[in-house]
Design a protein around this ligand. Sequence first.
Ligand code: SF4
Length: 402
Amino acid sequence: MIERRRTRQIHVGAVAVGGDAPISVQSMTITKTADVEGTLQQIYGLAAAGCDIVRCTCNEGAAAEGLAEIVPRSPVPIIADIHHQYRMALAALEAGVQGLRLNPGNIRKPEHIKAVAAEARDRNVPIRIGVNGGSLDPALYERHGGLTAEAMVESARQELAYFAEVDFDLVKISVKASNVPLMVEAYRQLAEVTDVPLHLGVTEAGPPPAGLVKATAGISTLLLEGIGDTIRYSLTADPIEEARAGRQLLEALGLRERKNVDLIACPSCGRAEIDVIDVANRALEAFGERKLPLQVAVMGCVVNGPGEAREADLGIAAGNKRGHLFVKGRNVAVVPEDEMVDALVEWAEFINEHGVDAAIARADTTRAEREAARDRSALLQSQGTDVNHADEKIVEIRKTVH
Ligand code: SF4
């Protein structure tokens, strides 16, 4: 058993980080955040691969506007990655993100740092102080005679002090470097001086397999010492690989339990055609302890559900009082709304026994796709295209950014 270091607990949306919370897995989308549908599809893929929290870049006004549409439809909390413009942090908060990541090496004016921290405090949104060895404040670099663990820790502590001035402490910290021994040393030093939860990672680890080895070396060394509350693999690869690696590492170290059915569900939004929470809970109960190592999605609407959860083995999306079953994103059957959960269990058992291809082969996909298209267009006609009021938020974002 690994004895974990005691840290304070914060919440990124519904995900607890620190304290006795399970160590969470993070990854980052590589789409343009302004591409809402493409980004959501990647987010659903990441969630299905075991990712608990997803970060999206917020580097321009269009990205913040995209976040206003992404956040209400994401199955996991979204963190906005901020680079040089503090106004982008304010815009991301306006968009409703559940967390921010600031790089102290990039936003250095104290008044800007404090303005963001005060706004995050008022909205109860946590910030990760993301120190990066490659973009350290030049003054610190000079004072410490180069990139050292001490310089990275000092950078984090300076930022913490600015946050404290505006009474903000919903913080986690990372001190990432691409050099594994340096990164390990920086986290060890940090763990000595603060009880803030720590986000572990080896930055720019590169493509697998070398990148996987480097990241695993750094992250697992620290986890085995009890250091670390949330992790991210930074690979030059499909981010799904990052999420899988994170999940697998935690399972290998006995820090996360293996699941049977991995049930993912959309968080519901203005488009939902069913009570998603109720159907997801009933599905969870129906699957119970069955040994079905499949990813199963419960989605509130057929407009976006099958596409957003296309990485799941099996899923169901509601529309027009009917349930549209899909396997790996392909519509396979239509069932009455009150038979959705039973149908999910039956299809999951079939897939577990015979595989995905056999499940698709037994379906009348042409009919199922035609029915789904019909219900999708009926919903779009009755609900319109902006059920989440993203347009109103976008007007506010434009006022913030311009
Ligand atoms: S109801 Fe539809 S659009 Fe809304 S989050 Fe669920 S699947 Fe996405």
